[in-house]
Design a protein around this ligand. Structure first.
Ligand code: PMP
Length: 449
């Protein structure tokens, strides 16, 4: 085989090559078919090869693909900003376009800090976040991320942004049970603020459901209401990183709508273009943009490709497709069916500890003992085993673990395109059942129930 010069995630591993995709399926160059049970990295939410999007791409390319944002505005970017203002909750009416989720969260940090500077509060520059979180891979967004494994190599470059525990009821960080816990995971934020001093804090960042670092962890009822209240009382902005959860993935256009809590800033990525082009966005509310509009009038950020017409036209076509086919509602109803079916796995397997999620963002956590919830040892690499076995069986799923020995477990994300049919969901359930059965048998875990 010819030597490849492409730097791949694991350099000495062989990767299959995909030749094409159609609907929920991908096909490799050997002709093998894969059910895309994770929409890639929870991205291709409308499936592969959608004609309307391909046509929009082509039409825009014929007009113009690139204009530079500090020289011109362009129609697709203007229309996309209007569309997002219409879709976003409350007064989140302003869009700053970037190219990746990491850039969107990093821009959110910068805007939050600038907001306080415009108001004369120059000391309010610290951003708080949670452990077991993932906000991106650039130094700023990695700094926000409470992902031990991904931080490890760069610790000296990173700020200590993660300060509180995640709202992780299956393994409550405080050994409490809801509702008797009185939402200690939320009130811990106030303790951290009191320690640091609210005069130094610009914002608090959350993933509405923990995605890549924990397997679709859903906070308990009342959590975000309490967080919003603590932020308001302490004059701290709330940033929702909806890069994974936004644009219908959880059965609402924005996941924070499940709790009727409006953040001040939202980061979007992945589903915004459903993988058809790199584009992401930072949405900002009227009240946050106001002092910048009347102050320095310039957000000190931006990238060469920010708001380019080609990507904006693609994202617009994706949003139009989602609305036309009522895919947000579909995500909700299909999610109920799929979650219910996958929850049966808890009875069928010795290694399935928890199955959770909202809409078509579902997490499965694996444990070595379902009674004690004891995680597998890290070197068992259970997540890896499941992902690989699934791929052998023609199913794609997404790994989701923060890599903290003894604290969090092995988990996967099941997040198929929102267009998946019932027959395809049944195929997914069957292939995942077969995969977990094969892994469980290979691990020879004794029955404990
Ligand atoms: N935030 C969240 C919640 C994510 O899930 C991700 C990607 N998994 C990112 C940010 C980073 O996005 P990107 O990989 O596009 O930079």
């Amino acid at each position: 085989m010819m030597r490849s010069h492409l730097i791949k995630p694991i350099l000495d591993e062989e990767y299959k090559q995909i030749s094409h995709g159609s609907g929920v399926y991908l096909y490799d160059t050997d002709g093998k078919k894969y059910l895309d049970g994770s929409s890639g990295a929870v991205t291709c939410s409308i499936g592969h090869g959608v004609k309307e999007v391909i046509n929009a791409m082509h039409d825009q390319a014929k007009k113009v693909s690139f204009v530079y944002r500090s020289q011109f505005t362009n129609e697709p970017a203007e229309r996309l900003a209007e569309k997002l203002a219409q879709l976003a909750p409350g007064d989140l009416n302003w869009s700053f376009f970037v190219n990746s989720g990491s850039e969107a969260t990093e821009t959110a940090m910068k805007i939050a800090i600038q907001y306080w500077q415009e108001k004369g509060k120059h000391q309010k520059s610290k951003i708080l976040s949670r452990w077991m979180s993932y906000h991106g891979i650039t130094i700023g967004s990695l700094s926000l991320s409470g992902h031990t494994e991904r931080r490890a190599r760069f610790v000296p470059l990173l700020d200590a942004n993660p300060v509180i525990s995640p709202p992780y009821c299956y393994r409550c960080p405080f050994d409490r049970t809801y509702p008797g816990c009185q939402l200690k995971c939320a009130t811990e934020l106030e303790t951290a603020i009191n320690r640091i001093g609210s005069d130094h804090i610009a914002a608090f960042v959350v993933e509405p459901l923990v995605g890549a670092a924990g397997g679709a962890i859903v906070p308990p009822a009342g959590y975000y209401e309490k967080i919003r209240d603590i932020c308001d009382r302490n004059q701290i902005l709330l940033i929702a990183d909806e890069v994974m959860t936004g644009i219908g993935r959880t059965g609402k256009m924005f996941a924070m709508e499940h709790w009727s809590v409006q953040p001040d800033i939202i980061a979007l990525g992945k589903g915004l273009s459903a993988g058809y082009t790199p584009i992401a966005a930072t949405l900002v509310s009227d009240s946050i943009i106001e002092p910048i509009l009347t102050g320095s009038k310039l957000i000190m950020s931006g990238h060469t490709y920010s708001a380019n017409p080609q990507s904006a036209a693609v994202a617009l076509a994706v949003l139009t497709y989602i609305e036309k086919h009522s895919l947000v509602e579909a995500s909700h109803s299909k999610g109920i069916f799929l979650l219910n079916e996958l929850q049966q796995f808890k009875k069928k397997f010795t290694i399935v500890g928890d199955v959770r999620g909202k809409g078509l963002l579902i997490g499965i956590e694996f444990v070595s003992n379902t009674n004690t919830k004891l995680p597998f040892k890290k070197d068992c690499k259970v997540t890896n085993l499941v992902i690989k076995q699934a791929q052998i069986n023609g199913l794609l799923i997404y790994p989701s673990t923060a890599g903290i020995e003894g604290v969090s477990g092995d988990a996967i994300l099941v997040a198929p395109p929102l267009t998946i049919t019932e027959t395809e969901m049944n195929e997914l359930i069957y292939l995942l059942y077969k995969t977990i059965k094969e892994v469980e048998d290979s691990l020879q875990v004794p029955k404990n129930n």
